[in-house]
Design a protein around this ligand. Structure first.
Ligand code: NGQ
Ligand code: ZN
Length: 451
């Protein structure tokens, strides 16, 4: 690939909005030069911002859209939803997972996400015994990421138990379960298969699914400094169970038993008391917020105002993929705070500043940190990940710069996204993924097979 030059009419740089910016892209998909007030390069009209990291995905749950919103015989909850989700998880073949993941990843690109943290726990065959290649399912996610053209940070999940204190797993969890050695085998195979912009980390599923001894063993046997993602304090029942078991709340337990630092990502961290907010923020870890999933599952409201005031960092994830949209997740995040605190512009960085811009830029930084992806800013050396908004979309008419960003996030949503470049490659053109037909046909076959 030759050096390419794109000249953006209007683009968000780390220094703010700029016009007529020529960006050079090298063979590796990185930005090699940036020139302002330029007439050079292929003109890109519209409004361009950096691609967003999607820091938390369970690709297989894309299958459930529209199928879990009907009332059950008894009271519905996160836990009844989880049983339904296990039912889907038990049906997928490796081909199915690849097809569903590719569809989810293509939709991510179309919505403005340019990398994804795949929190992958569907390890084994439906009966529970390992595939001949123990990492079969994780490698399928990697293949799906390649066919969609998205950079993934693969987070193979350590899942050994069914509850706090090393409780036995249940039948619905049989595809997920590994001991330390089984997990390390999977990790090594993925490590050997890594290529391109993909990264590798680890994901102890939750304090319910691992023991201190098991997680310590994995942390000692894998490279220090890699991403470590864990679900924590998502549901009140989880907080109660953790208290009953350890006399500590989940975030308290996590922070006092492990060296949680900037490499860690605490997924959800919904239920925290004031001191937990302070300690998590001070640790440098990223809070991995999944606002539309958290709303869909009835988790609760993350204390975002308090966490940001304490210096905490966050990113966003589409998690269950009930919607795949950075705009909608950021909108839900802000609206949850408005509803709770009876206020407006709750997460804006200061007087006169745009709320959309404030949370968009925070999520860019937090997401890039949590996934350890070279993204989140249009700068020399960074990956050439660009999201071009359609300034001719009705929601963006007459809107420039911050107002356009706010109109995308709070009003127009995904329909505002026109073109998306990931690693310098045009993956979405006029709202359509370049590989959409093949990816959707494969997805359709899986949907039909599982119906
Ligand atoms: C998951 N998802 O692993 O897919 C979880 C549900 C659990 C979310 N927490 C299962 N959104 O936490 O045990
Ligand atoms: Zn999750």
């Amino acid at each position: 690939m030759e050096q390419r030059k794109l000249r953006f009419d209007s683009v968000l740089l780390p220094t703010g909005w700029a016009r007529d910016v020529c960006v050079s892209i090298d063979e590796g998909g990185l930005i090699s030069n940036i020139q302002t007030s330029s007439k050079d390069g292929e003109r890109i009209s519209g409004i361009t911002v950096p691609g967003m990291a999607n820091l938390h995905s369970h690709a297989h749950q894309r299958l459930m859209q529209g199928l879990a919103e009907r009332a059950g015989p008894g009271a519905d909850s996160f836990w009844t939803w989880r049983e339904v989700m296990y039912g889907f998880a038990l049906k997928l073949s490796p081909e199915d997972l690849e097809a569903v993941a590719a569809q989810a990843y293509a939709e991510m690109l179309c919505s403005g996400f340019t990398s994804v943290g795949e929190f992958q726990y569907l390890h084994h065959q439906p009966g529970g015994s390992p595939y001949e290649n123990r990492a079969e399912m994780s490698l399928r996610c990697l293949a799906a990421a390649d066919s969609a053209g998205i950079a993934t940070t693969l987070l193979p999940v350590l899942y050994s138990h069914g509850g706090f204190g090393g409780a036995a797993p249940n039948q619905g969890q049989r595809r997920f379960i590994n001991d330390v050695d089984g997990f390390l085998d999977i990790y090594e195979i993925i490590n050997d298969a890594l290529h391109g912009h993909h990264q590798l980390g680890i994901a102890p599923h939750s304090l319910r699914a691992v023991t201190k001894t098991g997680l310590d063993a994995v942390l000692e046997s894998t490279p220090q400094g890699q991403p470590v993602h864990i679900h924590v304090a998502e549901q009140t029942k989880e907080v109660e169970d953790c208290l009953a078991w350890s006399k500590q709340r989940p975030v308290e337990y996590l922070l006092s038993h492990f060296n949680v630092n900037k490499n860690w990502c605490a997924i959800h961290a919904t239920h925290m008391l004031e001191h937990e907010v302070r300690v998590l923020a001070a640790s440098g870890a990223v809070a991995g917020l999944c606002p539309t999933t958290e709303a869909n599952l009835g988790d609760g409201i993350f204390p975002a105002i308090e966490f940001i005031n304490a210096g905490g960092k966050f990113g966003i994830g589409s998690d269950s993929h009930i919607t795949i949209s950075p705009a909608e997740d950021l909108r839900m995040l802000e609206y949850s705070q408005r509803l709770k605190h009876h206020t407006r512009n709750a997460l804006a960085d200061g007087a006169g500043l745009s709320t959309g811009r404030s949370i968009f830029e925070r999520a860019l930084k937090g997401g890039a940190q949590a996934l350890q992806q070279n993204m989140g800013a249009i700068e020399i050396g960074g990956r050439a990940d660009f999201v071009v908004l359609n300034d001719d979309h009705h929601a963006l008419l007459g809107r420039a710069e911050d107002a356009a960003l706010d109109a995308w996030i709070f009003s127009g949503g995904n329909a505002c996204v026109r073109d998306v470049y990931a690693g310098g490659k045009l993956q979405v053109k006029d709202g359509l993924h370049v590989n959409a037909t093949t990816i959707k046909n494969n997805f359709k076959k899986t949907i039909e097979r599982l119906a």
